[in-house]
Design a protein around this ligand. Structure first.
Ligand SMILES: [Zn+2]
Length: 442
């Protein structure tokens, strides 16, 4: 490894990696060499002294982490932050959010909301998102120019949508365009986003499954989020949403199931044995909307792949995964009256490698390994609330807020440098965000 030349060299006091067995690994005084967007070399700080690079970053008090993967979001909804909080789920969704979306959502709206969300996500160390919303082509453009990595899921349902008000089948056309445009992109992956089993009939779900199979793209859907959804599905179809999706063949292909709050033992078994479905746990959204507690412990025990997401800002109300990991771990402990139900290390795994695996991106991201993409975060450990340092996983999950993040790289590009954005400007979007706030009066 002597005299090697890289685009960037990162030297850090500590490095924490998730482990598939729920045991993370932490090493001290580490160096990474970054070349062509990938982690090209790893060695000790001292052994890397002969390396050369255009960019050298040394953080003796830093903790190097893999970029976090927020595996279920609705990025433009950041413009609804703090609006209509603390309402029942059905009222929140159908009396506030859906009518407002019908009135306000436009290409300009989604671009601005995505810009605001990218500013927040990067600042909190999120390097990959899996998004679902209207006007996904516009969202994807902003994500790309922000330098983010993303799975962009074109919204589909059987109701009028802001980007297909007359239900002319435009959403299917947008999906095809998205797949065509991003099929060879380094950071953006197109996906289908049929909204939920209750908003999509069998014909649309089957069409989407066949489309995903044909184009080898993920099928991203909300599943069994509320008790009412499961009750209505049993009434209407004689089976749970998961069993209906299984009957339609969805569990035989790569699918991303957001929420999965209300599952029975058969549903859990179907998901775990499919080996193609990633479940995305969104504990803060489920708590805030009063939806319930997802059976994460049971899913993990059954061998299911579980990642972590925030859901949209309107039901969270933020996009960072530090708080989400903390809540995920504590909520399972509370639900099971068992301090070991979900450990800090398991929560850290879910927010990184678990999410990456659920999205089919674990060969590229989710952990710090030579050959993987250089999606990296440095958090500053030099703070009173992070001393003493018995366990890095414990500090990351239970003590950090995310504001400790000071540097972020995505595909080797430093998008957050010494706590400043390099691809986006908060000042440049504040006035436009306030313009929309003034339009949201009831
Ligand atoms: Zn959602």
């Amino acid at each position: 490894m002597l005299n090697e030349h890289f685009d960037s060299i990162i030297r850090c006091g500590h490095m924490l990696n998730p482990g598939a067995n729920g045991k993370s690994t932490c090493i001290e005084r580490v160096a990474l060499g970054i070349r062509a967007g990938k982690i090209a070399a790893q060695d000790s700080w001292d052994n890397s002294k002969a390396w050369t690079a255009a960019e050298l970053v040394e953080a003796p008090n830093g903790l190097l982490l893999p970029g976090f993967v927020n595996a279920h979001t609705h990025l433009p909804m950041s413009l609804f932050r703090g609006l209509a909080d603390d309402l029942p789920f059905q009222e929140w969704l159908f009396q506030y959010i859906v009518p407002l979306e019908g009135r306000l959502v436009s290409p300009e709206f989604v671009k601005l909301g995505t810009e605001l969300s990218c500013l927040e996500a990067i600042r909190f160390g999120v390097t990959t998102v899996c998004d679902m919303y209207y006007y996904m082509a516009e969202i994807a453009e902003v994500l790309d120019s922000a330098g983010m990595r993303a799975v962009v899921s074109q919204h589909l349902w059987d109701w009028p949508a802001p980007d297909d008000k007359s239900q002319q089948g435009l959403e299917k056309v947008f999906l095809q365009n998205l797949v065509d445009k991003y099929s060879k992109h380094d950071r953006i992956v197109a996906a289908a986003g049929p909204h939920a089993p209750y908003s999509c009939g069998d014909d649309l779900l089957k069409w989407t499954k066949d489309f995903c199979d044909k184009h080898n793209v993920p099928f991203h859907i909300h599943v069994s989020e509320t008790k009412k959804e499961v009750h209505d599905s049993v009434q209407q179809f004689g089976m749970s949403p998961v069993q209906r999706l299984a009957k339609l063949g969805v569990l035989e292909s790569h699918a991303v199931f957001a929420h999965c709050v209300h599952l029975d033992a058969k549903d859990i078994q179907s998901i775990a044995s499919s080996k193609k479905v990633g479940v995305i746990h969104n504990p803060e959204s489920n708590m805030k909307l009063g939806s319930g507690i997802a059976p994460v412990r049971q899913l993990l025990d059954a061998g299911a792949c579980v990642g972590l997401g925030t859901d949209g800002v309107a039901s969270n109300n933020d996009l960072g995964l530090f708080k989400e990991m903390d809540v995920a771990a504590k909520l399972q402990k509370l639900a099971h009256n068992d301090n070991t139900a979900l450990t800090a290390e398991q929560a850290f795994y879910m927010a990184t490698l678990g999410s990456a695996k659920a999205l089919g991106l674990d060969h590229k991201v989710g952990s710090i390994e030579v050959g993987k993409a250089a999606d990296l975060v440095i958090a500053d450990l030099n703070a009173a609330h992070l001393y003493p340092q018995h366990s890095m996983a414990s500090l990351v999950v239970y003590s950090m807020s995310g504001l400790e993040v000071q540097d972020v790289w995505i595909q080797g590009k430093r998008v957050f440098k010494n706590s400043s954005h390099t691809t986006l400007s908060f000042d440049a979007c504040k006035d436009r965000v306030d313009f929309y706030r003034r339009q949201m009066k009831f």
